[in-house]
Ligand binder design. Structure first.
Ligand code: HEC
Ligand code: HEC
Ligand code: HEC
Ligand code: HEC
Ligand code: HEC
Length: 211
């Protein structure tokens, strides 16, 4: 059969195919590495805050309990944020003279809360509940890292769906042994269990975390 391409063109075509395939693999690997890295989830990057608040000073050095400022953690969905009055309980004397406390004054004048930026916020379609986790003995640290050592608050874990599921598939491993939860099937789940003997953990069901 007659040769359609010259040997040179043939070699160029082969080279182009090999280089093309290598590029596709390389770009794929780079995207994968980025998505799996902390960088994509802003791990370790503090957000701009109205006041340069330090957990290392207040929860670390001064040893204040987390619940002193985040009073909802054991009882509510939201951990909650301290009111300006909570800060003023100690900063009454300094707040008037230091510019960095101006947002506290403004918040009190507006009868509103200080507008802190969040480093943990989930997308609207996902649901989270602090009380359920506190009561099951999951420590703040397992999701927020060593906050008491942070001069500026930053995300310590991805808080991605994979992160949540890693623990929800086997919660006993992530909680304090004494408080290991009894995973109780309820509602439709318990029906399915009783009738068909099929057990699907409510903790890995989509509707547990998605509305
Ligand atoms: C004196 C009050 C105070 C204490 C005590 C305190 N916090 Fe905070 N916390 C704040 C303030 C103010 C912010 C918002 C500014 C910031 O993020 O640094 C905040 C923010 C946070 C955030 C980020 C929330 C978000 O939306 O991303 C986490 C997580 C957190 N605190 C956990 C803790 C933990 C864990 C402890 C105990 C070890 C603790 N805090 C103790 C006042 C406090
Ligand atoms: C229990 C008392 C207490 C409470 C409540 C408190 N602080 Fe403080 N704060 C202190 C003390 C004491 C220092 C000084 C620590 C030092 O200089 O080592 C301080 C230091 C600071 C500083 C300077 C930090 C630095 O890095 O130099 C800021 C800003 C601040 N606090 C903001 C706040 C805010 C905002 C709140 C409320 C969310 C708050 N504080 C609640 C006691 C308190
Ligand atoms: C199982 C993981 C997990 C644990 C344990 C956990 N948190 Fe959170 N926290 C989150 C997530 C996720 C968010 C973001 C919630 C959202 O966007 O709805 C959050 C948000 C917050 C916020 C932001 C404000 C708010 O009102 O919710 C604070 C403050 C906070 N957590 C403090 C704490 C403290 C203090 C503890 C320990 C007593 C704790 N968290 C335990 C995952 C966790
Ligand atoms: C270290 C372990 C751990 C991690 C990480 C974790 N959870 Fe959980 N979660 C639990 C346990 C244990 C329970 C069961 C509490 C119970 O049985 O009442 C639970 C329960 C829940 C519930 C059910 C609350 C209710 O209404 O009863 C929701 C919603 C939830 N988790 C969401 C999340 C989300 C979203 C994340 C990730 C941001 C997450 N969890 C990360 C351990 C974890
Ligand atoms: C333990 C809690 C939890 C369970 C169970 C869960 N998800 Fe998620 N899911 C999340 C969280 C948290 C996010 C948001 C992650 C982010 O982007 O910050 C998420 C994100 C998503 C997204 C958006 C795309 C993405 O990857 O960010 C989809 C789609 C999704 N989930 C589908 C599902 C389906 C389908 C199920 C059931 C098979 C399920 N989820 C079960 C916690 C959960």
């Amino acid at each position: 059969m007659a040769q359609i391409f010259t040997t040179q063109a043939d070699a160029r075509l082969r080279l182009a195919l090999i280089v093309g395939a290598a590029l596709v693999l390389l770009i794929g690997a780079a995207v994968f590495a980025y998505v799996r890295s902390g960088n994509a989830w802003a791990i370790g990057r503090p957000a701009a805050q109205p006041i340069p608040f330090s957990h290392a000073v207040h929860a670390g050095d001064l040893g204040l309990d987390c619940r002193f400022c985040h009073a909802g953690v054991e009882r509510r969905t939201d951990a909650g944020m301290p009111s300006a009055e909570t800060c003023l309980g100690c900063h009454e004397r300094v707040w008037n003279v230091t510019a960095q406390f101006a947002p506290l004054r403004a918040a009190i004048a507006r009868r509103a809360a200080v507008e802190w930026s969040s480093v943990s916020r989930l997308p609207d379609h996902a649901r989270f509940d602090h009380a359920a986790h506190s009561q099951a003995g999951v420590t703040c640290e397992s999701c927020h890292g060593k906050v008491q050592e942070m001069p500026r608050t930053a995300r310590a874990e991805t808080l991605s769906m994979g992160f949540c599921l890693d623990c929800h598939r086997n919660p006993a491993a992530g909680t304090q042994p004494a408080a290991a939860p009894a995973v109780r099937p309820h509602g439709l789940q318990s029906l399915r269990y009783e009738h068909y003997g099929v057990e699907v953990s409510p903790l890995t069901r989509c509707s547990t975390c998605h509305r």
